[in-house]
Write a protein that binds this ligand. Structure first.
Ligand code: PMP
Length: 428
């Protein structure tokens, strides 16, 4: 079934560290051979051996309307003929900025970058530059990209690979990163009390997606907002996953929470490498060349990336039913999975909000990194492979969220639920 993938993986490992260009793709925590993809359309991906998969990763979020979404593909083809990069301003960038600012509450200005990592890294620099303070608070199991300051108690691949402290991140840098358990307001209060007038920002995934999907408990985000206001700390919402996915205006809109700075990635680029950070004018005008907080990019605002994102964002903006449809589909999937796991008699937790969902095999609620880590990852590993063999492509780690796309049909969900039932029978 995976012969071509196996031989490609053998070769890839001689040429790229671990055979991949981003760690989680290597299937390290679930074992086995990563599947090498050839093409994708709508809800399906096709590998080099000719297998079809229903895709629940969707490029880790961006393909919210499915793969090779025609308006995006057409727009890329058209714009590629004008030039793949100018390194000079374009009218398209104005349109993109206008669209983003109209969709997202609470922002006046935006700066486009090339990845979620860059977006978070610069938002933190801006918060530090603005407040004149060095320290910041992040949450255990949250992932904000691979800039040094964030690689402390990080989620996603760092958690999957069980890396406690990343070599190369100096102690001096790590000292300024304070960490608290997700959903634990008293721990944040304590950090603020212990570091008076030293904390520039609190950065958080408003819905955590890098230790599986974990929802903020009622009052948690509101509590952070109040603490920030009280202590002159900036609240950075990392909406790289949640932006344009949970609602047009992301988690800020859905959860009714106001950020000082917001970061974006994934959907904002329509599948091209794009990130962005945004906030109110008074803050954003500290960014160079308006201000002194420096940030730049040779390919930032790249026309192909901009038209891809612009086309996808417009499609989301123009369809008033899109977010309820995504949620309905995901709820149908969640209910089907409950049936499958219930029939198999395994303990499980399904966390879901909108089109983000994940499964942990545990008998207690998954509310933070400690509870996520205690789940039965061996069972997850077997479930993952049994699903893969049945043509369902899930994230290869329980520390990742599944992303549902609107290309998914009721039949695809039924197929997935039947696969889950048969997978469970084969592994229990
Ligand atoms: N923030 C969050 C919440 C993310 O999930 C990710 C990537 N999965 C990033 C930041 C980093 O984005 P990128 O991989 O585009 O650098």
């Amino acid at each position: 079934m995976f012969d071509q993938s196996k031989s490609l993986f053998e070769k890839a490992q001689t040429l790229m560290p671990g055979g991949v260009n981003s760690p989680v793709r290597a299937f390290r925590s679930v074992g086995g051979t990563p599947v090498f993809m050839k093409s994708a359309k709508g809800a399906y991906m096709y590998d080099v051996d000719g297998n079809r998969y229903i895709d629940y990763i969707n490029s880790w979020g961006p393909m919210v309307l499915g793969h090779a979404y025609e308006p995006v593909v057409n727009a890329i083809q058209e714009y590629a003929t004008y030039s793949t990069s100018f390194g000079a301003p374009t009218e398209l960038e104005i349109k993109v900025a206008e669209l983003i600012i109209s969709m997202v509450p609470n922002i006046d200005m935006v700066r486009m970058v090339n990845s979620g990592t860059e977006a978070c890294m610069t938002a933190l620099r801006l918060a530090r530059g603005y407040t004149g303070r060095n320290k910041f608070i992040k949450f255990e199991g949250n992932y904000h990209g691979h800039a040094d300051a964030f690689l402390v108690s990080a989620g996603s691949g760092v958690a999957t690979l069980g890396i406690q402290s990343v070599p190369g991140v100096t102690a001096t840098v790590a000292e300024d990163t304070l960490t608290a358990p997700y959903n634990n307001l008293p721990a944040v209060q304590q950090l603020i009390a212990d570091n008076p007038d030293q904390i520039a920002a609190i950065i958080i995934e408003p819905v955590a997606g890098n230790m599986g999907c974990i929802l903020p408990q009622p009052g948690f985000l509101e509590g952070l907002r109040a603490l920030c206001d009280e202590h002159g700390i900036l609240l950075i919402l990392d909406e790289v996953m949640t932006g344009f996915r949970l609602a047009r205006g992301g988690a800020q809109e859905l959860l009714n929470i106001k950020a000082d700075l917001v970061t974006f990635g994934k959907i904002i680029g329509g599948g091209m490498p794009v990130g962005a950070f945004a906030g109110r004018r008074e803050l954003m005008e500290h960014i160079a060349p308006a201000g002194k907080v420096y940030q730049a990019g040779t390919l930032s605002g790249n026309p192909i990336a901009m038209i891809a994102g612009y086309t996808l964002l417009n499609a989301l903006n123009d369809n008033p039913r899109i977010y309820s449809q995504l949620e309905e589909k995901t709820t149908l999937l969640a209910n089907g999975l409950r049936e499958a796991f219930g029939a198999a008699g395994v303990v499980y937790q399904i966390n879901q909000i909108g089109s983000m969902i994940s499964v942990h095999f545990a008998e207690y609620p998954i509310v933070d990194f400690t509870s996520a880590s205690g789940a039965n990852n061996e069972l997850f590993r077997r479930f993952f492979h049994a699903m893969l063999e049945r043509g369902v492509y899930l994230p290869p780690s329980a520390f990742e969220t599944w992303f549902v796309s609107n290309a998914l049909t009721t039949e695809d969900i039924e197929f997935t639920v039947n696969a889950a039932k048969s997978a469970m029978q084969s592994i229990i």
